[in-house]
Design a protein around this ligand. Sequence first.
Ligand code: IMP
Ligand code: MG
Length: 186
Amino acid sequence: MATTPPPEHLREEVESVLIGEKEIAARVRELAADIERDFIEQDLLVVALLTGTVPFLADLIRNITLPLRLDFMGVSSYGNNTAPGELVFTKELKLEARNRDVLLVDDILDTGKTLRAVIDKLDALQPRSLRTCVMLEKKSRRSEKITADYVGFDVPDTFVVGYGLDYAEKYRNLPFIGELKPEVYS
Ligand code: IMP
Ligand code: MG
């Protein structure tokens, strides 16, 4: 992955830009095209996990021309800021998932514990089908047997922020995906 320096005002905190705005936009269009092809004539319900999916989700759904419904689930892991702890659901679905073709959207697939818990919860609602889309994945850290159907980018095992991803709730508004400096989180 070719990296570039971050903007001047972020140099103290962000080591490098791993994935820039243009690269993200191009990949999001590809993902949307793949999703459109697979969900044609289906009853698409997009279920996005709060809060890290927000920028990605907004870009993704605007590139999908199929009719769809959109709902959110809240899930938080209470641990320290870089190591996940216990999962707590903070918002339940409002729309009916039963017999719908559900596309579950998350920001990053890391150990897989989040998606495992959410998939189990959604499965219990008896959707007709359930597929998953993640903006990023870190393959090396998987502890659950989970793969996503649509993956934006593979990232190395380093802490990344931006385009929705946070460290201690900061950096979600960066328009690119960057590597956080270890001194910020250690
Ligand atoms: P998993 O349950 O271990 O797969 O972790 C998924 C969640 O951990 C994501 O939804 C993120 O909130 C968080 N996460 C994992 N890696 C990173 C990272 O590098 N930066 C920011 N958040 C991360
Ligand atoms: Mg998070």
